[in-house]
Design a binder for this molecule. Structure first.
Ligand SMILES: Cc1ncc(C[n+]2csc(CCOP(=O)(O)OP(=O)(O)O)c2C)c(N)n1
Ligand SMILES: [Mg+2]
Length: 569
């Protein structure tokens, strides 16, 4: 059968189970878009900026586990995707991005809207292709989806010259293909698993540090079994939040720069770290030379490149988290660690990191807690970047698997609103709250139009402090309160929402928080609440940059001193 390049791509989408595509068209991809009517089963969502096509595809991928797909035209369309692709790359989100390219005879001539997008995205994609003939397209599409979703997931970009979309060739979707240099290891090495089990069975003060790999691998039950069988406290990274129910007795919350004090203290004291599907990011480890100084470390990860990258590891196990944990669980003995767990409880009592103080003003922590209560913990929360992100991570209790969607590795302001589009499309029956910062929201505010056009019932909570708050916090604490370029004005957000046809409310008083949230939830469509929070509220606990996990600052209104006092060499 003969098909055009455009048909081959869209047919490939259908065969790969794609249902939704986020994008913006232009000259180079016009032949592809012109082919969409032949594939009515594919739903194309027109975003308002290509960065948001990538973030939406990323959000969709994170909640469905499927590959998110986005499309942009050549030149500025393609370069606008870059931030979104980098974001997906750092957070291991499976994505296929299609970019149009100038026609083959024009490549290398600085033609109108020509950029070398495969060159630009080389370090931020798992793989990328410049397709030089339509005959190879079917294989490329097949490989791209396979690469994006297998092993450690990530973004794959396919750059297609305009005339390749139009070229007609003989078409067979390949049932088989060969990628000799790409063979992800799924089974952990038995000898390593045996060693790990021995360490676990002998440990006195073990902890689990679980990351997003647990969510990607859907190893919820296996993680729970390991934790319960050997009575090991579970600490998570930011992106690991919601891989283990936070109301579970063994859950000790997030570690790291804004982690719970008890979690950070446990990392300092532990004799065995069982690191699962996490990559020792510097926001999680703090000063790496002082990370878990008394512990041996078991590291389970599907990506061999992560082993030993940031910390020394005693027992590396390369493999799929779920597969490895299944084996490991067979070899771990039932134990309890009563004294160790009591010690953690004691730390938690001494350092209740998520207590909310009494206040006249509107505290963001209070707002997040009320969203938690109103949604009974059942919502999917999508965040911006900055203080709002940390409050959303700290004050909502994530009991349901995979319910916090946040930009971890890249920390991309502007991620929240477009990602919540993908999240709502991927999880239409879930209540989706986008908890955003006023700065982050303004970076991708135009996506309100997409939300309105697609009639997506996303609830938006802007934590409006009138600042680029997280940076202001650093200026307050480390730059003697010199607020250079952090005070931030904004529009009347309720009027902006209204202009887009979205209802909204501004909340300035504590007593209006719950009624506003209830009104938002009662509304069948999207709703925006502009919360005028305390402008100079800070995120605590905080490990200052360069300090170790235990050199943490706690809320000074409760305790004036930095605790515990330790000197930084
Ligand atoms: C695209 C981008 N630019 C700059 C930064 C640096 N940055 C990190 S947090 C932050 C402030 C975020 O402000 P806002 O969205 O209002 O959130 P808040 O901290 O006030 O809750 C900035 C500028 C970033 N993370 N991403
Ligand atoms: Mg702000």
């Amino acid at each position: 059968m003969k098909m055009t390049g455009a048909q081959i791509i869209l047919d490939g989408f259908v065969k790969e189970g794609v249902e939704v595509i986020f994008g913006i068209l232009g000259g180079a991809v016009l032949p592809l878009y012109d082919t969409f009517p032949q594939y009515p089963q594919l739903h194309h969502i027109l975003v308002r900026h290509e960065q948001c096509a990538a973030h939406a595809a990323d959000g969709y991928a994170r909640v469905t586990g499927k590959v998110g797909v986005c499309i942009a035209t050549s030149g500025p369309g393609a370069t606008n995707l870059v931030t979104g692709i980098a974001n997906a790359h750092l957070d291991s989100s499976p994505m296929v991005a299609i970019t149009g390219q100038v026609a083959r005879p024009f490549i290398g001539k600085d033609a109108f809207q020509e950029t070398d997008i495969t060159g630009i995205t080389l370090p931020i994609t798992k793989h990328n292709y410049l397709v030089r003939d339509a005959g190879s397209l079917a294989r490329v599409v097949r490989e791209a989806f396979y690469l994006a979703r297998t092993g450690r997931p990530g973004p794959v970009l396919i750059d297609v010259p305009r005339d390749v979309f139009m070229e007609q060739v003989e078409y067979h979707y390949p049932s088989k293909f060969d990628l000799p240099s790409y063979k992800p290891t799924l089974q952990g090495h038995p000898a390593q698993i045996k060693k790990a089990a021995r360490l676990i069975n002998e440990a006195q003060q073990p902890i689990i540090i679980a990351g997003r790999g647990v969510i990607i691998s859907q190893a919820y039950a296996e993680l729970k079994e390991l934790a319960e069988r050997a009575q090991i406290p579970v600490i998570t990274t930011l992106l690991g939040i919601s891989c283990f129910p936070e109301s579970h007795v063994l859950s000790y919350g997030m570690l790291g720069m804004h982690g719970m004090a008890s979690a950070n203290l446990a990392v300092d004291a532990t004799d065995l770290v069982i690191a699962i599907g996490m990559r020792f990011d510097d926001r999680a480890t703090a000063k790496v030379s002082a990370f878990a100084p008394r512990a041996r470390i078991i590291h389970i990860d599907i990506d061999p490149a992560e082993i030993g990258k940031n910390v020394r590891v005693d027992v590396p196990i390369v493999g799929d988290v779920k597969t490895v944990l299944k084996e490991l669980n067979k070899q771990t003995t039932t134990t309890d660690h009563i004294e160790w767990l009591e010690q953690l409880e004691e730390w938690r009592r001494q350092h209740p990191s998520t207590d909310i103080r009494d206040s006249q003003g509107l505290l963001p922590q209070f707002v997040v807690r009320k969203i938690y209560e109103a949604t009974a913990g059942e919502a999917t929360i999508v965040t911006g970047v900055g203080q709002n992100q940390m409050w959303a991570a700290q004050y909502y209790w994530y009991d349901k698997p995979n319910t916090l969607i946040s930009s971890g590795g890249l920390g991309t302001m502007g991620f929240g609103l477009p990602a919540s589009i993908g999240v709502k499309v991927g999880r239409p029956d879930s209540t989706v709250w986008c908890i955003d910062g006023d700065g982050s929201f303004q970076m991708t505010i135009q996506e309100l139009a997409t939300i309105q056009q697609e009639r997506l019932a996303i609830k938006i909570a802007i934590m409006n402090n009138g600042y680029l708050g997280m940076v202001r916090q650093w200026q307050e604490l480390f730059y003697e309160r010199r607020y250079v370029a952090t005070p931030l004005s904004g529009p009347n957000y309720v009027k902006v929402a209204d202009a887009y046809g979205i209802p909204g409310l501004r909340v300035t008083r504590k007593e209006d928080v719950v009624p506003a949230i209830e009104q938002a939830m009662a509304e069948p469509g999207p709703f925006l609440i502009d919360f005028a929070i305390e402008p100079e509220e800070n995120v605590y606990p905080m490990v200052p940059p360069g300090a170790s996990l235990v050199e943490l600052m706690e809320e000074p209104k409760k305790e004036e001193a930095i605790w515990p006092q330790r000197s930084t060499p």
